[in-house]
Design a protein around this ligand. Structure first.
Ligand code: AMP
Ligand code: TRP
Length: 337
């Protein structure tokens, strides 16, 4: 896809290279990114500037940036059809983020639940970057006037803020410059929870390796993690309604449903009355079968860092070419000479 006119719109999305890519990233994000490629002009970004809002070891940041790019491609992002790059390659993200720092309001940022979760009790010691993180995210999206953003459920609030920023900018400067971006939050994978605690989302930053399935876990590790996953003593119910107030059971059924592109009701109908020991075996088989090709392809790509770097470099050039006229229009609207 070369021009916006030929497609249903422009998609932008990203993930942070701040740790291992996991099943939540795959089911909540990458899997949907891949599906959108044929109908939208897609820009997929490894958001390294977001990652450094908390400390990252420089050497690890480099290898994790390559790992993230490998994960996108292994999941099915085609770097020729879509644009794949890392955020710090295109200076416009930082430039527009500064303008948005001056549009966005303290009161808006104070409501962001992700900052509260990440900063925890140590708010005073958090970086200022962590606080203004959502303004940079709005800049990522609006630098390309993206119309659609596929994300997991946890990013909904940040996308509402992106719309608020776009609307305030348009009103302040009396010009419909930015679109009001639509979130795309798809299916059963939108919120995958920790395997150890059904009330917490599966996350890169959870200290327990047993809380998540990483995209580079081998079949034995996946089997072990699913075997140890928390459940309850009840068998599977006849419908998904029977999973209410059973968060761990609901999560395992949700993972199976998302991997198989089925509804949770269909999974319950198939396994009704069976215990979780049985169901976990079926889930292990499905997870191992679906993830093995991705894990293998990631490993293959990571053996050739030169190739990954060349994809990111050419993606950066293509992204910068789209951003340049938009940034010029924004700067002249603001009154920069
Ligand atoms: P992050 O790993 O926080 O950079 O997230 C990258 C993408 O993966 C975003 O679209 C998130 O919404 C999505 N994501 C992260 N964790 C999960 C999860 N546990 N379940 C579903 N989607 C997730
Ligand atoms: N904040 C997102 C996350 O942690 C990552 C992200 C940064 C993003 N910029 C974006 C996602 C723009 C979608 C669009 O998951």
């Amino acid at each position: 896809m070369t021009t916006q006119q030929q497609t249903a719109g422009r998609v932008f999305s990203g993930a942070q290279p701040s740790g291992n890519m996991h099943l939540g990233n795959y089911l909540g994000a990458f899997k949907n990114w891949v599906r959108l490629q044929d109908n939208y002009e897609c820009i997929y970004c490894v958001v390294d500037m977001h990652a450094i809002t908390v400390w990252q070891d420089p050497a690890e940041l480099q290898s994790q940036t390559r790992e993230a790019a490998a994960a996108y491609m292994a999941a099915g992002v085609n770097p020729e059809q879509s644009i794949l790059f890392n955020q710090s390659k295109v200076a416009g993200h930082a430039e527009l983020a500064w303008i948005f720092n001056c549009v966005s309001r303290l009161g808006w940022l104070n409501r962001m639940t992700q900052f509260k979760d990440k900063a925890g009790k140590n708010k005073e010691k958090s970086s200022v970057g962590l606080y203004v993180y959502p303004n940079l995210m709005a800049a990522d999206i609006l630098l390309y006037k993206a119309t659609h953003v596929p994300v997991g459920d946890d990013q909904k609030q940040h996308l509402e803020l992106t719309r608020d920023i776009a609307q305030k900018f348009n009103t302040d400067f009396g010009k419909e410059l930015f679109p009001l971006t639509e979130p795309i939050i798809m299916g059963e994978g939108a919120r995958i929870m920790s395997l150890r605690d059904g009330s917490k989302k599966m996350s890169k930053s959870d200290p327990s390796e047993f809380s998540r399935i990483n995209l580079n876990d081998d079949a034995d590790t996946i089997a072990q993690k699913i075997r140890k996953a928390r459940t309850d003593a009840e068998p599977l119910p006849a419908t998904a309604e029977g999973l209410d107030s059973r968060p761990e059971a609901a999560n395992l059924v949700g993972i199976y449903a998302a991997l198989m592109d089925q509804s949770r009701d269909a999974v319950c109908a198939e396994f009704e009355g069976q215990g979780f020991a049985e169901f976990k075996k079926a889930l292990t088989d499905v997870a191992a079968a679906k993830l093995a090709p991705i894990t293998e392809e990631m490993a293959r790509l990571q053996k050739d860092p030169g190739y990954i770097d060349s994809v990111l470099a050419s993606g950066g050039e293509r992204a910068a070419a789209i951003a340049a006229p938009i940034l010029a229009e924004i700067k002249s609207t603001v009154g920069f000479l």
